[in-house]
Design a protein around this ligand. Sequence first.
Ligand SMILES: [Zn+2]
Length: 104
Amino acid sequence: MFGEPIPDLNLYAQKEGVYCCSKCGQALFAANKEFAAGCGFPSFYEHWGDGVTLKPLDTNGRHRIQLLCNGCGQHLGHLFPHKHTPTRVRYCINADSIIPSSIV
Ligand SMILES: [Zn+2]
């Protein structure tokens, strides 16, 4: 009744490892920064080190931030504001662009 439900940010808190770029293997997101956003896309609230490039986009009158792999430039997804994450943002990622890895 108050809009979107608050996601359980601790749901994946025990997960270990990182998600890497599916093309070049660059570490992109820590698995314990993933959360259930309920949008069908893998979602994170923080990226890994300097593995992700944030590129402002102004297309069709919309301002968005595109997320690119800092290693190979692959398009990863977009950054959106989010009320309920510690960083107030949500990294909405294409599942095909990341692969889980246990190597940190
Ligand atoms: Zn890459």
